[in-house]
Design a protein around this ligand. Structure first.
Ligand SMILES: Cc1cc2nc3c(=O)[nH]c(=O)nc-3n(C[C@H](O)[C@H](O)[C@H](O)COP(=O)(O)OP(=O)(O)OC[C@H]3O[C@@H](n4cnc5c(N)ncnc54)[C@H](O)[C@@H]3O)c2cc1C
Length: 291
């Protein structure tokens, strides 16, 4: 018989409550890590018990399965922040948007673009989140990581690889728990951060349920522009629709199922491939029920 988790946990917690899409069934086990030591304990337990894990940030890039997740979902709530001159050390569960605001208000440049990205710092590093020509990795110096066996290790940035919405962490099993950023003093940081946020609010479907951009931009192209040109803006499958505000956003108009989103994704990919010869690649991460 499976050994029960030795830490507080809940059963059958609905993942739709923890995804900005508002989609997803129940997690077999659901636990919150507020300290690095708790993350170590949870990962070590899952490893010994051979239970699949999913590290959950703000679920702002995640499409969960309607059946949920057949394993342990660890909600990352490690959210401290400390500063020494231009060096910011931050827990990976800290809000990435808040970090962008706090640092810009303090006159530090490098994370202005984070403002309005509804992520955790850990999720932003994992995805190498970016906007306005900047990416998370640009100002990252170090990452604290808990391995799948529950050991805490540290990576200098030079030991890691980052690309467009990709990072070495997408090939590792474990959890990012801490990050160190080196920022640059700037009188323009706050103004720039406010401009970026203002532009976002005008051009993206904030207030609607989505997981951000559905597709990566192909080299030299904009996925949103291609979808718009393909005449697909506004089309709907079940409760999932292409946003009328930004064609690269799929929104849950109410009661959308995972299958609705996946069908819409397929329809978009087939249309763009047929009309433009370009195969779009998903940016949204689909989290399967069984790993
Ligand atoms: C309105 C809106 C606007 C957005 N705008 C942007 C944008 O401008 N630029 C951009 O790049 N993205 C954007 N996104 C997408 C999303 O916010 C980013 O991809 C973000 O990095 C996801 O962070 P998260 O904490 O929500 O991760 P989640 O969705 O919770 O997780 C995403 C993946 O990262 C893994 N992960 C999360 N935390 C950890 C951790 N601590 N350790 C190991 N693995 C982890 C998860 O297991 C999962 O595989 C937007 C989304 C929305 C809804």
């Amino acid at each position: 018989m499976e050994k029960k988790p030795p830490f507080p946990y809940q059963k059958q917690k609905q993942l739709s409550e923890y995804s900005t899409f508002g989609i997803g069934g129940p997690a077999r086990y659901f636990a919150e890590a507020r300290e690095v030591e708790q993350m170590c304990e949870m990962l070590a337990y899952a490893n010994q018990a051979s239970i699949p894990i999913h590290i959950l940030g703000k679920g702002s890039n995640s499409l969960f399965d309607d059946r949920g997740f057949n394993g342990l979902v660890i909600l990352n709530r490690i959210d401290f922040l400390s500063q020494e001159e231009n060096v910011f050390t931050v827990g990976s569960g800290y809000s990435f948007a808040r970090l962008g605001g706090v640092t810009a208000r303090g006159g530090w440049s490098g994370l202005e673009f984070a403002s309005g990205i509804p992520a955790t710092v850990g999720g932003a590093i994992y995805m190498n989140a970016g906007a306005n020509g900047k990416e998370t990795a640009d100002v990252l110096a170090k990452v604290g990581f808990v391995t799948e066996k529950g050991d805490l290790i540290e990576f200098e940035k030079c030991a890691l690889e980052f690309g467009y919405r990709s990072s070495s962490f997408q090939k590792k099993r474990g959890a990012i728990v801490e990050a160190v950023f080196h920022l640059i003093p700037s009188d323009r940081a706050r103004t720039e951060q406010k401009e970026i946020l203002g532009y976002r609010l005008k051009t993206q479907p904030y207030g609607e349920k989505s997981a951000g951009c559905a597709f990566r931009n192909p080299e030299g192209e904009s996925a949103g522009h291609l979808i718009d040109e393909g005449g697909l803006k506004g089309i709907q499958v079940g409760g999932a629709a292409i946003s009328k505000t930004h064609a690269n956003f799929i929104v849950n108009t109410g009661g959308a199922k995972t299958a609705d989103v996946l069908e819409l994704i397929t329809e978009i990919k087939e249309t763009i491939y047929r009309e433009k010869g370009i195969l779009l690649e998903e940016e949204i991460r689909c989290i399967p029920y069984d790993l």
